[in-house]
Every structure is written in C-alpha cells, then in structure tokens.
Design a protein around this ligand. Structure first.
Ligand SMILES: Nc1ncnc2c1ncn2[C@@H]1O[C@H](COP(=O)(O)OP(=O)(O)OP(=O)(O)O)[C@@H](O)[C@H]1O
Ligand SMILES: [Mg+2]
Length: 303
C-alpha cells in the first residue's frame, strides 16, 4: 500500500530555481526528459471559472471511471498557486477521487480509466514518461487518518529526504528540525525525537504527517479530510498551520466541514454526483452561491 510520498529510490531533485520561466513545461517530471511541448488546450467545460492567473495545477475535462462506473464528469478547474482551495460536497461525490488524480494515486486501483488532462506547472501528469516518484515528491499528500511509520519521530521525517539521496546526518537533523518547526510540532517533541511516533496523540501524529510531507519540499500538498478524526483543539492547530503553509505551498483540501472550508480556504469547489457544480472565491460561494444545488448544500438541506 502506498501510504505516503516517499516510495522512490535514487531520484535526483532538480532545483526549482533552475526553471526561469514558470510557464514553461517542467521537464524534470519526465524520466526521459521529454517535455510536453504541445500548446495548452483551453478548457471547454462550462464549470471552469477564472481564478488568478498563476495556476499551478490545471484540470481539463477530466472524467474518471471505476470500471463501468463513472465517478467524475468532465471536471475543469484551475488550482491557484499558494492559496488554499477547498473541495466540498456530499459523501461519494468524487472529492477524494479527484484529489488522488492529482498525484496519480488512482493508478494503484485496478480498472480505473481517466479521460482528459491534468497539468502541473504546464506538464501533463498523465504522460507515460512521467517520473511518478518525482511527481509525488512535488505533490505531497496527507490523509484522513494519520499514518506515521512505526519508527521514531526523527526517522519519520528523515525517511523521505534519505530516499531522495540525502544521507548526511547534520543535513538530515536540520531538515527534521525545520520540518517539525514548520508543522508547529517542534516544541512538543524536540526532547523525544528518538521515541516512537506511535506514542504521539492523534493531533500530533497528523502534524507529524504534515511535517513528513514538507520534509521533501513539495510545492503542492493534498489534504483528504485531515481533521475529521481530530478534536476541536487539534483541528484548530491544523487550520492555523494551513494558513501558515500557504505562504510557501499550494494546498488542496477536501473537507466535510463547511465552517472549516469557509475559515481556511481562499477558493471553494462544490461537487455533486461527480460533477463540479460551482467553483468560486470562498466568500462568494458561501454568501452568494450561483447554483441552487450549492445553496441547498451549504444551507444544510442535503448532504
Ligand atoms: N476504488 C474504488 N472502486 C470503485 N468505486 C470507487 C472506488 N473509490 C471510490 N469509488 C466510487 O466513486 C465515487 C466517488 O467516491 P469518492 O471516494 O471519491 O467520494 P468522496 O466525495 O471522497 O466521498 P467521502 O466524502 O465519503 O469521502 C463513489 O460512488 C464511490 O463509491
Ligand atoms: Mg473522500
């Protein structure tokens, strides 16, 4: 089972600073160095909305089938860079499915077929030449149920960087401290880095998983209901942390909690039965929804 983003071996990270033009396709994602040089197709779907120009992930006419069952219908949306975008909607509407498409976790499920495209920094992520380990390094994921490795706190964080070729102890120690600080966990665990991560509280374990995702320096972090197993205090710590993180990262967050979506996100996308019904700035979606289904959902009439 793929439980996080650190499955690769010996992959060399290409420095982000080497890419001078952010609009150029990013060839570092391709094993054979073959970039996708085709002009970007324009979104056709009426559900696409215009968001700030600096989109980092473009989802274009994406449909997904689990065998004969279609779970996503012609989704088009742009995910803005260094913002928090929330995905909301009733159970079974395809939120997790869409999130998993963004770092190709659905590849692990038999019988999945995908039409349409997802581009990350201008490069299609569905190309056969894509280096999937590099993609998952750059697009990390935090799951609903925290899933620390049965290792020490330190080892949980050092694991990913080590897989990506960092072996120097001092550098790893630095990454461990920086990542734990970034995840607002350092002060709570700095005296017990050698202890098992499984002895931490649920909220601490979830912040550890966020620290572990950060340790490999991703650009995008996908969160699938990161707070649904946490109490209000731990939830509010994660929400504060998300606010912090968006200074450096793009966050895409699935949540069932509409207060959470309205508190933390900049943009919100409402899904229903596999379709993107409405996507707008969060304040607009919650105060002036354009679609009746959105209004019914946010006012608690269904879901
Ligand atoms: N591995 C799978 N095989 C077959 N069908 C699946 C699979 N995963 C999800 N589905 C189906 O796809 C649809 C969307 O599921 P998904 O898990 O993406 O919804 P969701 O919006 O995340 O729901 P929830 O809020 O309950 O987590 C559902 O009808 C679900 O039954
Ligand atoms: Mg889900």
């Amino acid at each position: 089972m793929l439980s996080d983003n650190h499955e690769s071996e010996g992959v060399e990270a290409k420095s982000q600073t080497e890419r001078t033009d952010p609009n150029m396709p990013d060839e570092s994602l391709h094993q054979a160095g073959r970039g996708d040089r085709k002009p970007r197709p324009q979104p056709r779907s009426p559900s696409a909305i215009s968001v700030p120009p600096d989109s980092i992930v473009s989802i274009r006419n994406l449909s997904l089938f689990y065998g004969a069952k279609q779970a996503l219908f012609d989704i088009s949306m742009e995910i803005p860079k260094r913002k928090i975008t929330a995905l909301i909607g009733p159970s079974g509407c395809g939120k997790s499915t869409l999130l998993r498409c963004v770092n190709r976790l659905n590849d692990l499920i038999d019988g999945v077929r995908i039409d349409g495209q997802i581009q990350f920094e201008g490069t299609s992520i569905n190309e056969p030449t894509l280096d999937i380990n590099m993609l998952r390094k750059r697009i990390g994921m935090v799951f609903q149920k925290s899933n620390p490795f049965p290792k020490s706190i330190r080892e949980n964080i050092a694991f990913g960087p080590r897989i990506h070729g960092i072996n120097d102890k001092a550098t790893l120690d630095e990454i461990v401290e920086k990542s734990l600080r970034r995840a607002a966990l350092w002060d709570e665990v700095k005296d017990r880095l050698g202890e098992s991560a499984l002895g931490m509280s649920g909220g601490q374990q979830q912040r550890l998983c966020i620290a572990r995702a950060i340790a490999v320096e991703p650009e995008v972090i996908l969160f699938d209901e990161p707070c649904s197993a946490l109490d209000p205090v731990a939830t509010s710590k994660i929400e504060d942390l998300m606010e912090e993180l968006k200074q450096d990262y793009t966050l895409l967050v699935v949540t069932h909690n509409m207060q959470q979506a309205s508190r933390v996100s900049d943009y919100t996308a409402f899904f229903y039965l596999g379709k993107l019904i409405e996507y707008a700035q969060t304040e607009d979606l919650f105060t002036r929804p354009k679609m009746k289904q959105t209004e019914d959902y946010i006012s608690g009439r269904f879901g």
